[in-house]
Design a protein around this ligand. Sequence first.
Ligand code: GAP
Length: 459
Amino acid sequence: MSAKNNVTMEKLTALCKRRGFIFPTCDIYGGFANSYSYGPYGTELKNNIKKLWWKKFVQDRPDMVGIDGPILLHPKLWEASGHTESFNDAMIDCKKCKKRFRADHLVEELTGQDMEGELEKINKTLKKLKAKCPECGASDWTAAKNFNMMFQTQMNGFEGSVYLRPETAGAIFVEFKNIVDSMRVKVPFGIAQIGKAFRNEIVAGNFIFRLREFEQMEIEYFIDPLVEWKDLFEQWLQLQEEFIMEVGADKKNLRRYEHPKAKLSHYSKKTIDIEYRYPFGFKELFGLAHRTDFDLTAHSKKSNQKLEYFDPVKNRRYTPHVLEPTFGLDRTILVALLSAYREEKLEKETRVFLDFPKKIAPVKAAIFPLLKNKKELVKKAKEVFDGLKEKFALEFDDHGNIGKRYRRQDEIGTPYCITIDFDSLKDNTVTIRERNSMKQERIKIKELNDYLNKGIAKG
Ligand code: GAP
């Protein structure tokens, strides 16, 4: 029987909780605002995805450098970037059940039209269509109004509000000068960052798709404004698609959506979203925007500092333009999990396993002594564990019968299970079982290292 994807959000969220990937946070207090904690395997998965991204986009490229900036940044930054003034979503409340909605999403569901940012049109349309509350069916709304999505807080020694950054990009632009002065970078070059961002979303939901606290992996790629950029733009899109396929997405579940000219953000010359077919429909996964010189110019004006680049070959000084490939980390994790989910009908049961590409699997191999109460087996299994732990993320498991241990590792997506039995004591061989095929082989302990290396490299 071949394994099928058959995934739903219900099945995935249940597996994530059952197997320690992702938990609804503060469960003991009844949950908290659609927030989630990454559990032990979720954390490993997240770290592996970050590592893969950092290697591909920073370490393997001579034209890229990486930074790690703060979450709390000078409020002037957000004034310059336009966030204080216009990082708004339209919200609306049902007067009867008091439930709050994104007003533009409500209109879009009714008319298919994207009215993001058009408050007046939204109010008129909702009235005209006598829109019903999706929660209680009433048709009694407050007027839609703008709501700034930045979280505000206070800081000792600083007057006025400061904000939790709503995107990582800001921390990159304010270090442009330091990078140019310290790193001998030559245009075109990029600055990358992975980190948390915070948005006071009106409605969070769809598991880890829309969160109020999430992580982004962003690149600001600085280019000469006089050089043709369209090919480079296309190359970045392809790299973004390549990356999501490296974590397991099927190309047929991806599509591109170009923002119509009239809807482009004030800074953008061109924006394309890479969308993924989630169980709840095609929605944004990543984005790529040509941000022109908007940010550097705005920060330069606000700070009275020159944010320019001098090209010694062309003997020209200029403000670079920017291409911005942005990747949501939590959405990447969601896509990795959705893509990996498999159900396979066996004779007596349905086996569930996660077919992760091996390099992102949270555990690469699980080590099982056949019996927990046989000291010599446990000792030998610990020796095998110690011999491999330097190079591979392992798990030692001696609970319950071997069949149950296999099922557990299948659901974690562990590519290999290694069992140490009584023959191992005599001839130094073990049984190694592969996740997808469930095929078992007998191999020598001293060959395990090479075996795992080769298997993991194959992907
Ligand atoms: N610097 C550009 C920027 O922040 P964005 O489209 O607003 O652009 C970039 O966000 C990416 O961050 C999105 O493509 C998405 O993957 C992720 N993202 C945005 N809001 C999110 C949220 N509330 N929860 C989870 N991920 C989110």
